[in-house]
Design a protein around this ligand. Structure first.
Ligand code: KIV
Length: 291
């Protein structure tokens, strides 16, 4: 086992809030966000000093093996949200509302957003869509629940978009995205994710709205950045989007560790003496006499 010391701050950080997001934008300080779906990852992200953890419905693809995010349920989101909430105490915790948990009615949207805070221990919800979600955003915000918007490539609309494709590449599509961002701001969203849109458009939108933009595949002009943690760690085997920078290759690390374990067991190098439980000789002898 590695004994490499990792430098982490000893005292707990101040809790990041939606106000922190706003202040960071005003000061021009980039906001850091990554997805997280379980306790150990949340613990490591929080200790590393991440501003915000997104329990994204991408968990359906990277941890549950679904083809896309559409099958993900509220119960699955809440299960992962609770694990993350147990691990992270300082980061702002945002949880995706899954497909069909907010599209049918404003009442559904509000009830499910409430569950994310009450049952999932999260601080805020995220939902996909622009103008068509303005009423839902308004209702959730009016109930005191912070909402993060998400426009551009919205994975829950993958079939309508014709695949996981970049958005906002024509003048009219770009204008519509700007308007959507403004509508979400006006509806009370505290922040908005811009996914897979041209960098110059993302930067323009970021300057035109007062709430922070969080980019994923949207260039450096956003107020913050988010990535799917499995992409960053090299833990998702199916594909790596072009906009990802991979900081580790954990898939390979896991493969090598598992192969080494199998080899150790098969060749009887594991378990060794230091992995076994001792028993006093007299107890063992008494046992043998009585057995
Ligand atoms: O579900 C998710 O992980 C997301 C990010 C890609 C922004 O929505």
């Amino acid at each position: 086992m590695s004994t490499t010391a990792i430098s982490v701050s000893a005292s707990p950080r101040k809790k990041t809030t939606t106000l922190t997001f706003r202040q960071k934008k005003e000061r021009g300080e980039p906001i850091t966000m990554l997805t997280g779906y379980d306790y150990p990852t949340a613990l490591a992200l929080d200790k590393a000093g991440i501003d915000s953890i997104l329990v994204g419905d991408s968990l359906g693809m990277v941890t549950l093996g679904y083809e896309n995010t559409l099958p993900v349920t509220m119960d699955e989101m809440l299960h992962h949200a609770r694990a993350v909430a147990r691990g992270a105490k300082s980061a702002l915790l945002v949880c995706d509302l899954p497909f069909m948990s907010y599209q049918v009615s404003t009442e559904d949207a509000l009830r499910n957003a409430g569950r994310v805070l009450q049952e999932g221990g999260m601080d805020a919800v995220k939902l996909e869509g622009g103008r068509e979600r303005a009423d839902a955003v308004r209702a959730i915000v009016n109930a005191g629940i912070p909402v993060m918007g998400h426009i551009g490539l919205t994975p829950q609309s993958v079939h309508q978009l014709g695949g996981f494709r970049a958005q906002g590449k024509t003048a009219s599509a770009a204008k519509r995205l700007l308007e959507d961002a403004q509508i979400l701001e006006e509806a009370g969203a505290f922040s908005v994710v811009l996914e897979a849109v041209p960098a110059k458009l993302a930067e323009y939108i970021s300057r035109r709205i007062s709430i922070p933009t969080i980019g994923i595949g949207a260039g450096a002009g956003c107020d913050g950045q988010v990535l799917v943690v499995h992409d960053l760690l090299g833990l998702f085997d199916r594909f790596t989007p072009k906009f990802v920078r991979q900081y580790a290759n954990l898939h390979e690390t896991l493969h090598n560790a598992f192969a080494e374990y199998i080899d150790d067991v098969e060749s009887k190098r594991f378990p060794a003496a230091e992995h076994t439980v001792e028993m006093k000789d007299e107890e063992w002898e008494a046992f043998l006499r009585e057995a």
